[in-house]
Write a protein that binds this ligand. Structure first.
Ligand SMILES: [Zn+2]
Length: 490
């Protein structure tokens, strides 16, 4: 073995060995992004080679063949043949064959003792035919995936080995922590569901709206801290619209879809990595096998698919130098529907039968949105970790858990402000007035200055310590006032 395995990788190998020892022939090994899945696969292959066994390793896309060969090569596995079109490494005599499914299903299959199916959540009709073929029935097929939740996968595989969960890897320091804000809430009523996810055309109709697109750009400018960002859009028109608006706002922005030529993609990657491009808008094609230094994810594509959701967020969880966390700006309400990716988990493979218990939101405790800053808090968290806002501080206005903020629809200074936000703002003005010994009317006047209305309904809220956001607003008003006084004096 060329490199030592991490503890969770060794444990995964041991669990796999036990499963095979117990007679399982079709185990799935679930390993999240950042687990070192290729390293793990390399260790399995090394184990097989040591016993003079032959291995076929399949990948679900042509673009993944060379990258896989390179990774194995770097891991010290050199005796590799490739099954893909007329690839220069075609050589059946080699003990390890890296194969694209597309080519393999059209050809005769070379002999092997073990088959590893990478990204096995991407299922092909060819697989069951192969697995059930009498010549292959007794040989192990090992599925690998970060998200092995495809409908019916349990009909073909007989065991699920969860090598680690995303939260385990974050805790152990192998993945980046993340923070989520939910700045806007698209109205998806009327969007049809097809094959378990939203109808793309309907979705595009809702999401490609100019106000929503403008909000994505505005939010990133306000909160994005100029981070290197992947923006996931519904379709090409939506992604291009977003790219155009980012560019108009002066943000160097790239665009990638499944048809972007390889060379152009590499050029965008280079500019992204060296900082000349800050945002890359794309249509779900940056989900698998992409390892760029991403520090912010914009989710502008609502989905009901836990797999797509987890794959998208996974792009932002790689560690990188100087990276403290990944910022997620969710404009799709997906977190409020499916939960945090760290909470999505299934103990067993889906056997394709109608589900008795619901999945996703039915059994996962969902995050709650901070009414003040839109940060998504873990369930049952009273105090917002991002801005310090406490839900119980408001005793006059009913804020029940699980309730979305109520948008009053009034636009103040270009911002839509909810009643909760107004109440929180007033509570903090009160807090400021108390600590500075201001007269009781001061908070009400400041409130009016901000919202063009008197606090009325909110008079009963308890005073709160102001957040930096409110403090800076108060300061900006003081500066404006001082300047106007100065002008008056001149
Ligand atoms: Zn907050």
């Amino acid at each position: 073995m060329k490199r030592d395995l991490r503890p969770h990788q060794s444990r995964a190998i041991e669990m796999l060995r036990q499963a095979l020892g117990a007679g399982k022939r079709r185990p799935v090994l679930q390993a999240p992004t950042g687990f070192g899945k290729t390293r793990l696969a390399a260790a399995v292959i090394e184990g097989a080679l040591a016993k003079d066994k032959r291995v076929i390793f399949t990948v679900p896309a042509l673009s993944l063949v060379d990258q896989t060969v390179e990774a194995f090569w770097n891991d010290g596995i050199r005796d590799i043949g490739v099954i893909q079109g007329y690839h220069g490494m075609t050589d059946w005599s080699r003990p390890v064959q890296v194969a694209s499914v597309q080519t393999l299903q059209r050809r005769q299959i070379p002999h092997a003792d073990v088959v590893i199916i990478d990204e096995c959540h991407r299922w092909f009709d060819f697989y069951p035919k192969w697995m059930m073929d009498s010549a292959w029935q007794s040989r192990p097929f090992i599925g690998l995936s970060a998200t092995p939740w495809t409908r019916g996968l349990g009909r073909y595989f007989d065991d699920l080995i969860v090598a680690a969960k995303t939260q385990d890897l974050i805790t152990a320091g192998y993945l980046s922590p993340f923070r989520v804000f939910a700045p806007s809430h698209p109205d998806l009523t009327g969007v049809r569901t097809v094959a378990g996810d939203y109808h793309e055309g309907d979705l595009s109709g809702v999401m490609n709206d100019s106000a929503l697109v403008a909000d994505v750009v505005d939010t990133w400018l306000r909160r994005g801290q100029n981070r290197s960002t992947f923006c996931f859009a519904v379709d090409r028109a939506h992604a291009k619209h977003l790219q155009g608006k980012f560019a108009e706002a002066g943000v160097p922005t790239g665009y990638i879809d499944a048809y972007t030529p390889c060379r152009e993609r590499q050029e965008i990657e280079r500019k992204f990595q060296d900082g000349h491009i800050r945002v890359v808008c794309n249509v779900g094609c940056l989900t698998t096998g992409i390892d760029w230094d991403v520090r912010c994810i914009i989710l502008a594509r609502p989905t009901k698919s836990e797999m797509l959701f987890v794959q998208i967020i996974g792009r932002g969880l790689r560690l990188a130098e100087g990276k403290e966390d990944c910022l997620i700006l969710d404009h799709s309400d997906t977190h409020l529907r499916l939960g945090f990716v760290t909470d999505i988990h299934h103990d067993v493979l889906d056997d394709g039968r109608p589900r008795v218990r619901g999945r996703g939101s039915d059994c996962i405790p969902l995050p709650k949105e901070c009414p003040q800053c839109t940060f998504l808090k873990p369930p049952r968290t009273r105090e917002c970790p991002a801005c310090g806002f406490k839900t119980e501080a408001i005793n006059h206005i009913e804020v029940t858990e699980g309730e979305l903020i109520e948008i009053t629809g009034r636009k103040r200074h270009g911002e839509v402000v909810s009643k909760d936000e107004e109440a929180a703002f007033y509570a903090q003005l009160k807090g400021y007035a108390q600590t500075h010994g201001y007269a009781s009317g001061w908070a009400a006047h400041k409130f009016r200055e901000k919202f063009d209305l008197w606090p009325g309904d909110y008079r009963q809220v308890s005073a709160m310590e102001p957040t930096p956001k409110v403090l800076s607003w108060i300061k900006s008003r003081q500066i404006a006032w001082a300047k106007s006084k100065q002008r008056h004096a001149e």
